[in-house]
Design a protein around this ligand. Structure first.
Ligand SMILES: [Zn+2]
Ligand SMILES: [Zn+2]
Length: 422
């Protein structure tokens, strides 16, 4: 397997030191949700035509983006005029071309992960072109194709940030939407929008070899599956299983195959067998068939568990070789799992005897840091890994969300942002 080198962490750290010195924390709001000053910015910007707004954005000035968001939790997606700040010295202004639709968008907009300030414009799988840069931007230039994933800021100073694991920032990282951005005194709004303004060190380079629409979902689903495969040292000779074949699972299969592993898929649906094989899996295991599961005993080095519902982990643990690793990447609607129709009560607890007897590890994994996200994009470009997508217009978003919740998509919807102004 060829090794793709991440961008120099030292260079990024040096830039961040400069940046954090220039960007004093102006707000006192907590990171993430829950800031009481949720309506501190006018949710409807001044009236601007899309052409005027694009021109202002291209000059790095404050402008109004056309977006789709919810005005009530659980409501339909509606047009929202979104004020976007003028670029500061380290900001990049991006004209959004595509934005992937992630399950998290639906959970957030329906209040399934707690209250949110409204209106809420989701979207954290953003790809577009740079149209303006702040006076001190050095990582990106006008015309570059770039991306923004789940994070837009963090403290840049704690041990986690310095190690390139901004998602674990000790002070709290700032999510791409629905979070309080204490560096700019504003609530973040996502990529179902014609433009975004983001600090340069949270903006990724999208290699030109990647199809931009198919690259968008890599920024959340891609890094979520790449990171645990990479940290488990997956390569030629590894035996990997992927449980759950949805948006995350299909990328886990493609990435693990590209890393040189032998990959199996666990699914409850006989109808997914052909699709799994077409993605590069060499075997498909019907997980409701006890005999088929028994045949996999002590077989895998790593299992990526992308099932977003309560389920029996012991059945998967039994399929691991000694010292094997089971990694959870799926999140149920409520983060504590209690909202799964009470299923938490009926699923067997993890059998610690299994863990001890075979020296197994039970892991969790959460997206990935900025350097590793760049490494993943470069890896996907080099190995021709792309998301299988279905493009939707702004008018089709509600229907696409319904289909996504029903599992009726192969494998990721992507919004064509050009349709936001239709
Ligand atoms: Zn996501
Ligand atoms: Zn930090």
């Amino acid at each position: 397997m060829s090794v793709v080198r991440p961008p120099s962490l030292t260079a990024l750290t040096a830039l961040r030191e400069k940046l954090s010195a220039r960007l004093p924390i102006r707000g006192t709001g907590k990171p993430g949700g829950g800031d009481p000053r949720s309506a501190s910015t006018n949710p409807e910007g001044p009236e601007q035509s899309p052409v005027e707004a694009a021109s202002l954005a291209g000059r790095g000035q404050a402008h109004t983006a056309q977006a789709r968001g919810v005005r009530t939790l659980g409501g339909n997606l509606e047009t929202v005029l979104l004020p976007r700040r003028a670029a500061d010295a380290h900001d990049v202004v991006i004209a959004v071309e595509f934005c992937g639709l992630c399950h998290s968008d639906v959970h957030a907009a329906r209040g399934e992960w707690g209250g949110r300030a409204l209106p809420l414009v989701p979207g954290h799988e953003i790809v577009g072109r740079v149209v303006a840069v702040g006076s001190e931007v050095s990582l990106h230039a006008v015309g570059d194709r770039v991306g923004v994933g789940c994070l837009v800021a963090s403290c840049r100073e704690c041990d986690e940030c310095r190690a390139g694991r901004e998602m674990f920032c000790e002070v709290g990282s700032v999510g791409t939407y629905g979070a309080w951005d204490r560096f700019h005194d504003e609530r973040t709004q996502g990529g179902y929008s014609t433009s975004v303004v983001v600090a340069e060190d949270f903006v990724l380079r999208i290699p030109e070899a990647l199809d931009p629409a198919a690259a968008a979902p890599l920024l959340c689903a891609g890094i979520t599956t790449y990171s645990p495969l990479r940290s488990a040292g997956v390569g030629p000779g590894s035996r990997v299983a992927v449980a759950g074949l949805g948006g995350l699972g299909h990328l886990a299969v493609k990435i693990a195959v590209a890393m040189g592993a032998e990959v199996s898929v666990f699914t409850t649906s006989p109808s997914k067998v052909d699709a799994a094989l077409a993605l590069g899996a060499s075997d498909v295991v019907l997980s409701r068939d006890p005999e088929a599961m028994k045949a996999q005993t002590r077989h895998f080095d790593v299992i990526i568990d992308a099932i977003a519902a309560a389920h029996d982990l012991n059945a998967l643990l039994r399929c691991l070789r000694p010292t094997g690793r089971l990694v959870q990447v799926g999140l149920p609607p409520a983060e504590d799992g209690a909202a799964q129709g009470g299923a938490g009560d009926t699923v067997a607890p993890v059998d610690s005897t299994l863990l001890v007897r075979n020296g197994l590890s039970l892991h969790g994994s959460k997206i990935g840091g900025i350097p590793e996200t760049q490494e993943m994009l470069d890896f996907c470009a080099e190995h021709g890994v792309a998301t299988d997508i279905e493009m939707v217009t702004a008018h089709e978003l509600d229907a696409a969300w319904e289909r996504m919740v029903a599992g009726d998509v192969k494998y990721r919807f992507v919004l064509d942002a050009a349709t936001l102004t239709d």
